[in-house]
Design a protein around this ligand. Sequence first.
Ligand code: SAM
Length: 370
Amino acid sequence: MSDTIVPRGTFSLEELEELLLGRWPGGDAALAARARQVMADEVGEEVRLRGLLEFSNRCTSDCYYCGIRRSSRSDDQGAPLVRFDLSEEAILEGARLCLQEGYGSMTLQAGERRDRPFIDFVEGVLRRIKEETVTPDLPRGLGITLSVGEQTRETYRRFFDAGAHRYLLRVETSNPRLFARLHPPEQPLERRLQALEDLRAEGFQVGTGVMIGIPGQTSRDLARDIMFFREIDADMIGMGPYIEAAGSAREEMHRQGLLPDTSGAERLRLSLRMIAATRLVLRDVNIAAATALQALSPTGREQGLAFGANVLMPIVTPGGQRRAYQLYQGKPCVEETARECISCTPRRAAWARRPVSYHSWGDAPHARRK
Ligand code: SAM
């Protein structure tokens, strides 16, 4: 497999599989170097920042792998799982912090709810953030990525009109059989796919991604996932390793036969190859070095940058709520404060020898070219 025989960006499923199995000529270091070159050519070396604010852990979904699933009762330390909602003021505080630190963007994430009060609340918060974060550098306020799961097309329209312009909704896996093993029957893959289509139709820049190292997931599945990203013309990718769920959700994972069955080191390696492979195929999209990488290695996110990722999402969720948003075991930064996460972010970029981009939305060139 080499660039002399593989035209730019076109890989067959078999070639991607080989790559994911670690058979890139020259090994993973050469793969990282190649991905990084493509990244430099297509999106630049700069790391783009989004402050990640997790504003509620209430969820109506029951994904078997997730620590904040509807049926979750206890946290990682066996204590009852406290469900929380940040107030509008607390969310605005997070937005101001992002602004102060020169982040041009933030990501608002929460569990999934489709009730009217929640939708109204999110819409109102988006409008206030937009009104209150206009600066000379950001004449349209902070860039906002929203990640609140599957919603109706009308809801997506309301969120877009209120000022969110990017949306992150992972497909988790594009293999229908695997998706069905990970989710209860009332959460079909078709609805997820419809939601991704609706987001695009309403004007969002669409981000998706998968979990890597799910039991039963093959390198062929992962290669197909990358083709799926291309098929839906994704603008951003956020993906990371599959990890043992936190708290009582771990027991459900066990009941469903879904505990990870490969080592953390293997899942990390596979995740890094997925980042590189996605960069080689999709080229000019934004790819996040996801927080979950750091659950498997203290330098996981830095390694993600070295394999072609170009987005970091420092957590700005208030310290007091972090333990209650523990999706999986070993989620990093649960003991830290927003300030601490902010101060360690430039260090991560520097470790990967990368400059940081401040005061801009940092949209993917892919989205701008459409
Ligand atoms: N409710 C929104 C949604 O479903 O898109 C956003 C919140 S959801 C908790 C965010 C992401 O966490 C999911 O898309 C999933 O990939 C990830 N996640 C949850 N449990 C995980 C686990 N055990 N290992 C790795 N990632 C996990």
